[in-house]
Ligand binder design. Sequence first.
Ligand code: SF4
Length: 116
Amino acid sequence: MRVLRQSMRGRVGAHDYPLEPEAAPAAFRGQVQLDPNRCRGDAACARVCPSGAITVEETSTGWIWQLDDSRCVFCGLCADACANRAVSLSNAFELAVRQPDDMVTRAEFIRNEETD
Ligand code: SF4
């Protein structure tokens, strides 16, 4: 009852979100992000992903890394598996899009024979 009275008098527990951005809590597991400068196409992220959200496809010149946000369960296994620290989970949580295709992130890589 005390909390109810407080909340009716003041603004206890009220937030202005979405008018005011709300910060994600520490250690929040949000949208997966790829650092293209670190990716070597090892595909460890794709192998451990339990929902098939990440795919890595070999091409004649390199590889294509793809993430489907609609399949991701934010478990973080991909980030743990990447020895190059190319994959991480950001604190982004506003992931709504208008078109299903917009949930797919695709990065195409050309293999550098000297470094990869
Ligand atoms: S966080 Fe989990 S479900 Fe999402 S892409 Fe990574 S391994 Fe797959």
